[in-house]
Design a protein around this ligand. Structure first.
Ligand code: NAG
Ligand code: NAG
Length: 546
């Protein structure tokens, strides 16, 4: 910094001798130059003329928060208030009339104070794969899939209006409790309830035989990527719906999640093959490619499981209900990102030496700087000019992230993993509430702690490749903060959220919004409204009009 000042003074002294007016102009321009550099940042590259260098005009977090806040407001305003409106919206969205019993469902949803009346695209996506199947084909598929070896799923029926999930142990009891809120008779159906956390049904490829008897194929502990993305070859690449938003928020390699659906689309992300344990070496993977209605908790984009509210969220609630007394107010929380857990997500065997690139391992290694990757940050070189710069320092003081248990590995691999990560003692779930930022990422399947974290007064940073029943109702950048699979944006995201005043305000707002919204739309009543509507759709498929 010294050299230019000395130079300026020398030039100024000469100028003064020559012409006092010129001197004033010079002083003024030096002043303007320094003040123009705007707030902070010791970066020399900030001397570059901003008009010519690539830059963003707002911080991406601000852009995304604004964008999704508006989208959320529109969603709230647009919900139907009468049966006629709801029927018209259904017809418009799905190009067919609603299923029989829709009027009773609407009454029920209103009585349960369901905030969401129209947004059930998750159900639509779940049933669309079954549209062309014949009713007895579906019933036969359920029966043979349930009795096949390795089923790990139970069949359940609804007859004379009432569901019977007797054979489905604890999950079945939780689903029964949810459906007990519905007094109306439900349509006759035969379905499978998946007892595993992992999804089960993948898309058939080539010539599929509709009447094929479902068999469960065990593909655990090896890469399943090619098989589960085979369907992508038949798909035309769709242009991103968010090109404008991407342009306003992405620069160089720094990309924030602008569209969660895109981020979960396997066909758009061939790189996920080596970034997520579920694709690299799932601990359990028993799949079929037959047409069979299986209710599952979570699925990647190319799967065909029917999504329903996981009993783990709605019933047992992460084993232990959230307790407000354990959750300090925002101001008392540490401004750090917290995560502690075990090495689930994949199976580490000597033959598939992939544990380093499994999602949990990549996350823990990255924030603890166990690898030498550099990160891109943004700096506001002057008002409305955000420029990227690269640094290897991801600010480890912003993170408290650790493994507390090494599991799902062959002995030789367990030793390697222990040596690399040095796991800590197990920590209580309530420990997480002492941090403002809570990371939540997949294990072997969806993360069961998600609702507990959302309910807390902390803000959730969420990374997942799994679709879930709640995807229509939880809005990114409003109720939680989405994080990409490669986490390239995480260092800058955390810098902005934890270290700037504006970022901190945004974080607190999202923490509160997530907590309030969970109590409005992720209640047991909301699960019942969803299940009821889902069963009407499945009932129509299984009971053709006489
Ligand atoms: C719905 O809201 C009304 C009015 O606030 C309340 O009396 C009723 O108990 C609520 N019902 C449910 C199921 O939450
Ligand atoms: C990181 O860089 C340092 C110094 O260049 C080197 O000693 C170390 O082995 C590197 N670590 C990894 C995981 O590559």
């Amino acid at each position: 910094m010294a050299a230019p000042l000395v130079l300026a003074r020398t030039v100024a002294a000469r100028a003064f001798r020559l012409n006092p007016l010129l001197f004033s102009v010079l002083i003024l321009s030096v002043f303007l130059f320094w003040s123009y550099r705007g707030p902070v940042q010791q970066q020399w590259h900030s001397m570059k003329l901003p008009q010519t260098s690539p830059h963003l005009t707002s911080h991406p977090v601000d852009v995304l928060v604004d964008h999704y806040k508006k989208k959320f407001e529109r969603m709230l305003e647009s919900q139907s208030s009468t049966l006629e409106e709801a029927t018209a919206k259904y017809q418009e969205r799905y190009h067919r009339p609603p299923p029989p019993g829709f009027d009773h469902w609407f009454e029920f949803a209103k009585k349960q104070n369901s905030t969401i009346i129209d947004d059930f695209d998750t159900i639509e996506e779940s049933v669309q794969y079954l549209q062309s199947a014949r009713p007895e084909q579906l019933r036969n598929a359920v029966r043979s899939a349930a009795s096949a070896a390795n089923a790990k799923a139970c069949s359940w029926t609804t007859r004379d209006g009432r569901p019977n999930l007797m054979q489905c142990d604890w999950m079945g009891r939780e689903v029964e409790k949810v459906l007990a809120l519905v007094q109306d008779p439900l349509p006759d159906t035969e379905l499978l309830l998946n007892s595993l956390d992992e999804p089960r049904v993948i898309s058939p490829v080539g010539t599929s035989n509709d009447d094929q008897i479902p068999a469960w194929i065990d593909a655990s502990r090896k890469s399943i990527w090619d098989r589960v993305t085979q369907i992508c070859q038949d798909r035309k690449a769709e242009p991103s719906k968010n090109a404008g938003l991407n342009q306003k928020t992405g620069i160089g390699s720094l990309k924030f999640v602008t569209d969660v659906e895109d981020a979960k689309d396997l066909c758009k992300h061939p790189e996920y093959a080596n970034m997520h344990g579920f694709f690299q070496a799932p601990t359990t993977f028993l799949f079929t490619d037959s047409v069979v209605p299986v209710l599952s908790n979570a699925r990647p984009s190319t799967f065909r499981d029917i999504l329903y509210p996981p009993p783990y969220y709605i019933g047992v609630k992460d084993m232990k209900p959230y307790n407000e007394a354990e959750d300090p107010d925002w101001e008392l929380k540490r401004p750090q990102l917290y995560w502690a857990g075990s090495t689930t997500g994949s199976y580490a065997s000597a033959s598939s030496d992939t544990w380093r690139s499994s999602h949990r391992q990549r996350f823990v290694a990255r924030v603890n700087q166990l690898s030498n990757e550099s990160a891109t940050f943004l700096t506001e070189t002057s008002r409305g000019v955000w420029e990227p710069f690269t640094s290897q320092d991801v600010s480890p003081q912003l993170y408290d992230v650790k493994f507390t248990n090494v599991v799902q590995c062959e002995e030789s691999q367990c030793i390697q993993i222990n040596d690399y990560f040095h796991p800590s003692e197990k920590e209580e779930r309530s420990t997480s509430f002492h941090y403002r930022f809570l990371f939540d990422l997949d294990g072997n399947s969806f993360s069961g702690r998600y609702y507990t974290l959302l309910e807390s007064k902390s803000v959730v940073l969420k990374q997942t490749i799994f679709k879930e029943w709640h995807d229509d109702r939880l809005v990114p950048w409003v109720h939680y903060i989405p994080v990409s699979m490669d986490m390239g944006e995480l260092p800058e995201l955390m810098r902005y959220l934890a270290l700037t005043e504006r970022g901190s305000r945004i974080s607190k707002d999202i923490a509160n919004a997530g907590r309030d919204w969970l109590r409005k739309v992720l209640r047991k009543e909301d699960a019942a409204v969803y299940m009821y509507r889902l069963l009407l759709e499945l009932g129509r498929l299984m009971n053709p009009p006489p």
